[in-house]
Ligand binder design. Sequence first.
Ligand code: ADP
Length: 568
Amino acid sequence: MGTSENNEEILRLTSENLKHKQTISYLSKIGQFSYKITRNVNKVSDLTEFCKIIHQELMKIIACENFYIALYDDNRKEFHFPYHVDKYDKIDDDTYMKLPGSLTDYIRRSGKAMLIDDIVEDDLYQKDEIVKMIGEPTSIWMGTPLFSAEENVIGVVAVQNYEDKSAYKEADLSLLKQVSRFIGVEIELLRAKQNAEKANKLKSEFLANVSHEIRTPMNAIMGFAGILSRSVLSLEQQDYCYIIETNGQKLLDLLDDVLDLSKIESGNVDLKIEEVDLKPFFQSIFFNFTNTISLDKKESIDIVFSNKSPDIKVYLDPKRLQQIVDNLITNSIKFTEKGLIKFGYTIVNDFIEIEVKDTGLGIVEEYKDKIFEKFYRIQDDRLSKNGQGLGLAICKSLVTKMGGEIWVENNDPCGSSFRFKLPYRPVESVKSSDIKNNTEVFEEYQKLDFTDKVILLVDDESINILLLETILKATNAVLISAKNSQEAIDFVLDQKIDLILMDCKMDGNSKAGIYATKEILKHRQIPIIMQTAYVNGIELEAMQAGCVGYISKPINHHQLLLMINKYL
Ligand code: ADP
């Protein structure tokens, strides 16, 4: 080969090499951009914030100080600007505009990407249709359509430069066209996520409302059934009372489960982390179960709290922990004919491991994961028909939210062992002698005496007042009642009152009790306990308004008396 041929060959290879390099750099820019925005779409839920990230990432590959994204709203027939940054023209985020005859609209309708300078603009204006650049005149403008996954144009992304006519070339347009493919699909994904979140929120609100509407009449039904069952009744009547109470409770449990799961799933559950003395905490669970277990099971099942469980104080959410343990023990009772239910906890590495084991039917290997799914129940005639298959799904969601894990193993020689572990965050060790025994607490409650104390009962439903009067009669307190906020305020100004039991929703106003609390506390410092039938954050508002506590309907008699005792 001669020298000139050699030189030609070298030139050809160099130019090929250069082309390869350019292609690699081009592809790597697109790759990096798509990686960054795909990663971010899972992290953000706000469209403007997401568009800002797109802009920042785009700036790394194309000079685009002036940038906007306009999404077309088919219902309004308008463009929505979630994000717009421009040296001269100002459009606020989230503005809607019609933009007829604009380049933006032209790109949307034609589905074509365009690089526009003065000449092209004039051309367009003359031969195509009336298309004009709107806003401050610019040197060069580049816009591409945004496509959905189904290839529909959902909007436009545009950049422009006011000073340099040669700021963008065909290669930049091709790059913008490629990355716009990702932008369109990711924006569509984010909007679908937003819609799902909105629907979830609506569902939660709807459920909270339904819950309120059911709980209010249930309060009266359950309250009076309880009072009735404690009066002198024939055996047949006692049976009827029992049926009303147990079925009422089932309805409430189901309502709680559905609500709870929907709240956890939509991320609406905030953990309330507190210091918890684990041993007394579990002893109280033990006490609750040994006192409430039905008579037939009491004779055939022993419930044992393992005394090997260490005396430790930890940080966690006690209400949610109790909910999980209660659920597991309730299941063990339900699925165990006779034998032993034993529960306790140990520390394993950096985790508290809690176990509830029984000598019941046990769980066949193939169902060990499935039972933690929503509405899953093992079809077996020997198993209890009660339940909805939500308990373990709730346990799993809660344990996961607390940073732990839950699983089931076989118990030796029979039955199952449900275990879950939670991160161990110790406070300090505590002495068991410092802990008040639960039996003592229970006995205290039975001899409560509020003689000479005046309690104001505020409720617009006379049936609820009657229920509270019946519960509180034995305490000898002086009971007065008001049927709305104004009456309650007048009472407070007029006479001595030691404590107020305030209903939250009165006369159709869901926050009437909050308003009355605030008004009353302006005049006098009286402990106010709010009665709520809501499950949705109203408790927090009640506490912020100055209530000392709240109690949810249907009212638990013991809990109510203990709470009143605390503040009288
Ligand atoms: P439910 O108890 O309302 O049916 P769960 O979600 O609590 O719902 O439980 C799902 C299923 O797991 C139960 O229906 C039952 O088949 C099985 N299961 C749960 N706990 C136990 C247990 N301790 N022993 C045997 N089977 C159990």
